[in-house]
Design a protein around this ligand. Structure first.
Ligand code: HEC
Length: 150
């Protein structure tokens, strides 16, 4: 009898866990291997030109708020994070993908936002609930741009 109740409770817990996962499934799943995400989020090669725009657009990546980058036509570059020039010589594509997707996975104290995460935030504005800052293809475009920074 007791055993049955336990199994019943476990089933309910399992069901509610899978429900939460489905409810938050706004982003595609990905696998972290070592210090990176080796597989493309979309399977479609990124477009470096589009990615460069994602990087400087204040409404998308806004990377220049914290980083310098070789984007001379944009004025104010931040200095909170490292210069992105040469970043592809320091990191592999997989490592850079993880740093864009969720840099908290490599440094839990970082102030760099997780650009492709839709859960686990505190103090989130309503319009962002269940949404990531960047879409999967924007991550791939941005990555294609970063890979040109050797
Ligand atoms: C709020 C500030 C902030 C924003 C916005 C930000 N970053 Fe960062 N980033 C940092 C900081 C600080 C670091 C230093 C490492 C750390 O904190 O883990 C970093 C590290 C990095 C690194 C590793 C660089 C290295 O040489 O070690 C990459 C790559 C990177 N950021 C890319 C980006 C991209 C691409 C964007 C825009 C989509 C972006 N960051 C937006 C703060 C930011």
């Amino acid at each position: 009898m007791k055993m049955h109740r336990l199994i019943g409770a476990a089933a309910i817990v399992a069901a509610s866990i899978s429900l939460t996962l489905v409810a938050n499934a706004g982003t595609v799943s990905y696998q972290i291997v070592d210090d990176g995400i080796p597989k493309s989020l979309t399977g479609t090669a990124g477009n470096a030109q589009a990615g460069r725009k994602v990087a400087y657009n204040r409404k998308t990546g806004n990377c220049l708020a914290c980083h310098k980058a070789p984007i001379p036509e944009q004025q104010f570059h931040g200095e909170i994070g490292p210069d992105l020039k040469g970043v592809a010589s320091r990191y592999s594509e997989a490592e850079l993908r993880l740093r864009i997707v969720d840099s908290k996975k490599t440094n839990s104290d970082t102030i760099m936002p997780a650009f492709y995460r839709d859960t686990g935030f505190t103090r989130l504005q309503k319009k962002w609930v269940g949404k990531s800052i960047l879409k999967a293809q924007e991550v791939e475009d941005l990555l294609a741009y970063l890979m040109t920074l050797k």
